[in-house]
Design a protein around this ligand. Structure first.
Ligand code: ZN
Length: 539
C-alpha cells in the first residue's frame, strides 16, 4: 500500500479543519453533539460505511446533555489478522473567554487570523519572548488561529482523511483500524471512558488484539537552530490530586497561645511542597514540579476565634503509578518541616488508609453505620450540585475525623480525578515509528524526536496498563461513590500508546495557532505510514 494519502484526501484536511472549527463545540455543551454529527455524516457518505452500516456507530454518553462519541471500524479486505490499531481524537474544545473582545471571531479561522495579525503587527514595542514568537509565526505564513484549530480539530480532520483513504483502499491492508472521535476530553474524559466500554466489549466478542493507539492531539513546536523540532511520544504522564486536611487547635484570639492555628501548619505545608521536585519519584530535567490549586481554612464566617481546620489540594503530574511512594515522599518532607509542632503538639501525619484503620479500631462495628450516614448526606449534596467530587472527598475526611478525637493532625488523601501514567513495554513498535520518522527527517526543515512521556494530561492515560492500583483504590476518597474507573477493564484493553499530533503553539490561549503546512501536508503521511508499517511488520 502507498505510504502517502492521495492528493485529494490531503487537500480535504484543510476544509475539514475549517468546518470543524466553525462548529462551536465547547466542552460540556450541546455543541459537542453538532461536532459528533458532522463527523458521523462525513463518514456515513463513504461507500465503505454505506455498505457496512454496522461499522459506523454513534455511541451515546448517557449524560444529561445528550452527547455522543463517533466510532468507525475499518477492516482490511485481505484480513488474516486480528490486530487492531486505534486512532484517537477528541472534538470538544475549551471555552473562548480568553479571546476577550475577539470572541465573535474565535470560530472563524480567516477572520481571527487577520484580526490577530493586525493586533500584533501594529504593536511595535515588545521585547517579550512570547510576543516575538507569535510575530515570527505570523510572518512565516502558514500559521492559522482559531479555538480548537490546534487542540485538536485539525487532528480530527487528519484522522477523518486517513479513514477515508483506508476506506478507499480496503483491499490493500491487513488489519483493523478503529477510529474513536470522543467528547468531553477537556472536562472529565467521559467520552473516553464510554469508548473504553466499547473497546472492552469489542475485544471480548471479536477476539481481537489492540496493538497500538495513536492519538493526534497537539504537539508544541520547538525550535532547534534553523529547523523545527517535532516531538512524538510513546507514553503519557499521569496526574494525582492530593488533598491535605489539617486539624488544628482552635483558640480565642485573646488566648491565641493556647491554640495551634491550622493556617500556620498549612502555610508550612504549602511553602515546603509548592514546586518541590523531590515530591516526584522520577529524577529528570523533564519533571514538572507540583503546584497547589487550592488552600483555605474551613471556617464558615467571621468570629474572634482561630479556625479549627484547613485544607489544600496539590496537583502532581506523575511518571509512574507508585503513588504510595509519592505520598511517602510528601510525608518525609512534612515531618522535617513540621518537626517542632510534631513534638510540642503531638501533631500526627497520616494518609487516608492509616487514618481509616485507626478509626475502624476505635468505632469497631459502628464504623460502617457512621460512614454510611456521612456518605449519604454528602452524596445528596453532590447530587444537588452543592459539592463537586473534590469537596465530597474533603468533607468526608473532615466529618470522619470528628469521630476519632480532638487531636491536631494532617490527613493526606487522594481526590478525583486520577489519570494513570502509561508507557509502552513493546519497544518493537517504537522502533517502527523511529524508522518511519527517519524517512521524513529534514524535509521542509522539520526534524523529528521521540520522547517517552506526552507531557499533557490526555485520554491516552486510560489506554495503557495501570499497575499498583491497590494504594490508589484505598486512598482515593469517593472512589466508586462519585468517581469511577474500571481498572480491570482498562487493563484488559490496554495497548501501546502514541501521540503524533498537530503542530503549533498556545493551546487553551487566544493565540492558539496551528502550523498548517506541517499539519495538513506532512503529519497525515507520517501517521498513515506508521499504521501501514505496523500492519506490515505483523506485530
Ligand atoms: Zn487536546
Amino acid at each position: 500500500m502507498s505510504n502517502n494519502l492521495s492528493n485529494q484526501n490531503l487537500e480535504l484536511i484543510k476544509k475539514l479543519t475549517y468546518d470543524l472549527v466553525k462548529i462551536n463545540s465547547i466542552t460540556n455543551t450541546k455543541g459537542e453533539i453538532d461536532a459528533a454529527l458532522y463527523i458521523y455524516n462525513f463518514l456515513a457518505l463513504l461507500n465503505y460505511f454505506k455498505k457496512n452500516k454496522e461499522n459506523l456507530i454513534l455511541q451515546e454518553l448517557n449524560d444529561n446533555i445528550g452527547r455522543k462519541n463517533v466510532i468507525a471500524i475499518i477492516k482490511g479486505g485481505s484480513l488474516k489478522s486480528n490486530n487492531v490499531i486505534i486512532l484517537l481524537s477528541h472534538f470538544d474544545t475549551v471555552d473562548i473567554e480568553d479571546y476577550q473582545n475577539l470572541k465573535e471571531y474565535a470560530f472563524d479561522i480567516d477572520e481571527l487570523t487577520s484580526k490577530i495579525k493586525q493586533l500584533y503587527l501594529s504593536n511595535t514595542v515588545n521585547n517579550n519572548q512570547d510576543i516575538k514568537e507569535i510575530i515570527d509565526d505570523i510572518e512565516s505564513k502558514g500559521y492559522i488561529f482559531g479555538r480548537g484549530v490546534l487542540d485538536m480539530k485539525s487532528g480530527v480532520a487528519v484522522n477523518l482523511a486517513i479513514i477515508k483513504e483506508l476506506a478507499e483502499n480496503i483491499d490493500k491492508f491487513n488489519g483493523i483500524v478503529i477510529a474513536l472521535f470522543v467528547a468531553d476530553e477537556e472536562t472529565n474524559s467521559l467520552g473516553m471512558l464510554k469508548a473504553i466500554d466499547f473497546l472492552y466489549n469489542y475485544k471480548k466478542n471479536n477476539k481481537v488484539n489492540y496493538i497500538a493507539c495513536i492519538d493526534t492531539d497537539y504537539i508544541v513546536k520547538d525550535k532547534r537552530n534553523d529547523s523545527i523540532l517535532v516531538n512524538s511520544y510513546y507514553g503519557s504522564i499521569g496526574k494525582i490530586l492530593v488533598g491535605f486536611y489539617v486539624k488544628g487547635i482552635e483558640a480565642h484570639v485573646g488566648e491565641s497561645y493556647k491554640g495551634l492555628n491550622p493556617l500556620l501548619i498549612m502555610s508550612k505545608i504549602v511553602s515546603s511542597l509548592e514546586m518541590n521536585k523531590n515530591v516526584i519519584n522520577k529524577k529528570s530535567k523533564d519533571v514538572i514540579p507540583p503546584t497547589f490549586i487550592y488552600s483555605k481554612d474551613l471556617k464558615d464566617s467571621y468570629s474572634v476565634k482561630t479556625p479549627s481546620d484547613a485544607f489544600a489540594f496539590l496537583n502532581i503530574l506523575i511518571f509512574d503509578n507508585n503513588v504510595n511512594k509519592v505520598i511517602s515522599n510528601i510525608k518525609r518532607i512534612l515531618k522535617n518541616v513540621l518537626n517542632t509542632f510534631i513534638h510540642k503538639y503531638k501533631l500526627e501525619i497520616f494518609d487516608y488508609e492509616e487514618f481509616t484503620k485507626l478509626l475502624k479500631l476505635k468505632l469497631k462495628e459502628n464504623y460502617d453505620e457512621i460512614y454510611n450516614k456521612i456518605k449519604q448526606k454528602l452524596y445528596n449534596d453532590y447530587l444537588n450540585g452543592k459539592v463537586d467530587e473534590r469537596f465530597y472527598s474533603l468533607y468526608l475526611v473532615k466529618n470522619l475525623n470528628e469521630y476519632l478525637d480532638f487531636r491536631p493532625r494532617v490527613i493526606l488523601f487522594l481526590t478525583p480525578p486520577f489519570y494513570p501514567a502509561v508507557f509502552n513495554k513493546n519497544k518493537k513498535i517504537v522502533k517502527i515509528l523511529k524508522n518511519v520518522l527517519k524517512n521524513f527527517d529534514g524535509e521542509y526543515g522539520y526534524r523529528y524526536n521521540i520522547k517517552q512521556f506526552f507531557p499533557y494530561i490526555s485520554d491516552l492515560s486510560f489506554l495503557g496498563n495501570v499497575d499498583n492500583i491497590d494504594y490508589i483504590k484505598n486512598n482515593l476518597v469517593g472512589f466508586n461513590e462519585v468517581y469511577f474507573l474500571d481498572f480491570e477493564k482498562i487493563n484488559y484493553i490496554s495497548t501501546d500508546v502514541f501521540d503524533i499530533g498537530s503542530l503549533g503553539n498556545d493551546a487553551h490561549k487566544f493565540t492558539e495557532r496551528l502550523d498548517s503546512f506541517y499539519t495538513f501536508n506532512i503529519l497525515p503521511n507520517i501517521v498513515f505510514s506508521f499504521i501501514n508499517k505496523i500492519f506490515e511488520n505483523k506485530i
